[in-house]
Design a binder for this molecule. Structure first.
Ligand SMILES: [Zn+2]
Length: 585
């Protein structure tokens, strides 16, 4: 007795048998009932979703001798011939192997004649995108004026390869991947009818593996049935599909998120000992973290994930233990691992290193929290402590008189934030102390070695550090940002500060910040200053547009900022989402 593979045995013979393409089926049936069937139809979709199957059912319905609402009847001579594959008036052509102009010419010759026994001549061209350009052109003329007795049905997995001239002459039907739940139900039905006992969980594994393709799922089912016989166990399915049990990933994810490296390696080692395929394993683990992340991020994760209800509940429970940032970071680390594995001769080590990185990275602290902590640190730092990095950042002016135009040291201007990264050694010099605003306008040039003849009140250049200290005692983060601008310039009625980075500039230009810094400057210098921020390199004389900042540039600049990169180093972090705009805190 010859064994008929499930995909053929269970090939739908009528519209109601088709799995998961309800809307296309309804449209086709309506067209039949209203006698409005197009002369050229195009079925597109991934493999194994029923494109040629639907075309055949449609052909059968059109040539069915039975004249009722329920076509095809599958009983009449025409229907039976089509089912058996012996119908003379149905031409099935494989576009992949008959792709030239000669084949199309022959076809055109053939369709000039009336159908032999059926009502219509029906041409099905599978994989139609494989036709050559010349073949398409030859076909086009026929499609423009098709003989009344001829109908074309095309099927393709690659819609984008079909010339637009052809597309525009076809009625198009896009077949979807079959939904997970529908596949599970369908495979369950087949198992039952084939007399095989199989668990729901196994059916889910198969459906997930099929990725929306009925045919793929059926051929897996074939393998599993012949492997397990009448009683298919979950282990059989795991083995045949080369899967790692879902539970292994659940355990591993829990261990990773708990930072339990030993546990991770143990679980991994057991799986490895059982002979799993490493790359497959890594990819599935990555998929598992994607699911966790989507459970956290998406409003309706069940629409995005091919999972059953109990699996969804498990994902949600595991995901609840971690922040979205943490899950994202783990996903990224694993993704990196998976990519590295492709090229490595030691994939196992690569994966183990990914586990180590992931567990060491620990929990990701949201940037907002870090900023809050930084603010607290900056606010609380004793500014007069010589060893404090904050003091280091201020330019040393006492040891030698700095050239007036380059207070941060001669020659080339360093990157504004460079001093923070490489603290200078001359830290014993105490430059300033937080100073309350003084209304007195005289006698404050003592601390500065520069000769200030006839200076009245505070001077922008000489007293800049003191000004920064003044700002710092009131708004720590602002002082930090201002330091990036170097020394401000006194331009009469304006106090100009320039930044290399537009993002620093835009932070300061926010309404509240601008108002504050103006108050600080006016109080400190006792002048009716207007504070102006500019981006270095932008023309000084031109009016600087407030909306000139390119957000993408800005984000990139932020991500590449040395301070951010240093933070990345320290926390083994990476830049995820760069948000700009008004502070939310
Ligand atoms: Zn029939």
């Amino acid at each position: 007795m010859s064994y008929l593979v499930l995909a053929r045995k269970w090939r739908p013979q009528s519209f109601s048998d088709v799995v998961g393409q309800q809307s296309v089926v309804r449209t086709l049936q309506n067209a039949l009932q209203r006698n409005r069937v197009a002369h050229a139809m195009l079925f597109s979709g991934v493999r194994g979703v029923g494109k040629t199957t639907l075309a055949r059912i449609m052909a059968k319905a059109m040539n069915c001798e039975h004249d009722g609402a329920e076509v095809p009847c599958n009983n009449c001579r025409s229907c039976q011939e089509i089912t058996a594959g012996t119908a003379i008036d149905l031409h099935e052509i494989d576009g992949a192997s008959n792709r030239g102009i000669q084949e199309i010419r022959e076809l055109k010759e053939n369709i000039r004649f009336f159908p032999t026994s059926g009502r219509y001549k029906i041409i099905i061209i599978d994989e139609v995108h494989m036709l050559t350009t010349e073949a398409f052109n030859a076909l086009l003329k026929t499609l423009e004026e098709p003989p009344a007795h001829v109908f074309f049905m095309f099927a393709t997995t690659e819609l984008h390869k079909i010339p637009i001239t052809i597309l525009s002459r076809c009625q198009r039907y896009e077949l979807k991947r079959v939904a997970f739940a529908e596949l599970v139900a369908f495979f369950g039905k087949i198992a039952k009818q084939e007399g095989v006992s199989i668990s729901e969980r196994s059916l889910e594994m198969i459906a997930r593996e099929a990725e929306g393709s009925v045919r793929d799922g059926l051929s897996l089912l074939d393998q599993i049935f012949s492997f397990g016989g009448a009683e298919v166990g979950d282990d059989d399915v795991v083995q045949v599909l080369g899967l790692v049990d879902h539970q292994v990933f659940a355990k591993l994810a829990r261990a990773l998120l708990a930072g339990d490296l030993a546990g991770c390696l143990d679980i991994f080692d057991k799986g490895y000992g059982a002979g799993m395929d490493l790359k497959r394993f890594a990819n599935d683990l990555l998929g598992y973290f994607r699911s966790l992340l989507l459970c956290k991020a998406a409003k309706q994760p069940e629409q995005l994930l091919d999972v059953s209800d109990h699996e969804l509940a498990e994902f949600k429970e595991i995901a609840a233990a971690a922040s979205q940032e943490t899950l994202y970071q783990y996903f990224n680390l694993l993704l990196k691992g998976v990519e590295e594995m492709q090229y490595s001769s030691r994939p196992r080590m690569v994966l183990e290193m990914a586990f180590i990185r992931a567990t060491q990275a620990g929990r990701v602290v949201p940037v907002a929290d870090l900023l809050t902590r930084l603010d607290q640190l900056l606010a609380g730092a004793d500014f007069s402590l010589p060893a404090a990095p904050a003091a280091v950042m201020a330019p040393p002016v006492t040891a030698e008189p700095a050239p007036s135009f380059a207070p941060q040291g001669g020659g080339a201007r360093p990157h504004p934030s460079a001093p923070q990264v490489a603290p200078q050694k001359k830290t014993e010099v105490i430059l300033e102390q937080p100073v309350a605003p003084r209304s007195t306008t005289a006698g404050h040039s003592v601390g500065s070695p520069g000769q200030k003849v006839g200076a009245a009140g505070k001077q922008v250049r000489q007293d800049w550090d003191e000004f920064i200290g003044y700002v710092k005692s009131r708004k720590a983060w602002m002082a930090h940002v201002l330091r990036l601008s170097g020394v401000g310039r006194d331009e009469g009625s304006e106090l100009v500060m320039k930044f290399d980075d537009p993002s620093d500039c835009s932070v300061m230009q926010e309404h509240d910040n601008l108002k504050l810094i103006n108050e600080f400057a006016q109080d400190f210098f006792q002048r009716d200053f207007k504070v102006v921020f500019r981006v270095r390199g932008v023309k000084d004389d031109g009016e600087q547009g407030d909306d000139g900042d390119n957000p993408r540039e800005e984000r990139r600049a932020l991500a590449n900022d040395p301070l951010v990169q240093m933070t990345n180093e320290i926390f083994s972090g990476q830049v995820g989402n760069v948000r700009t705009g008004p502070r939310s805190r």
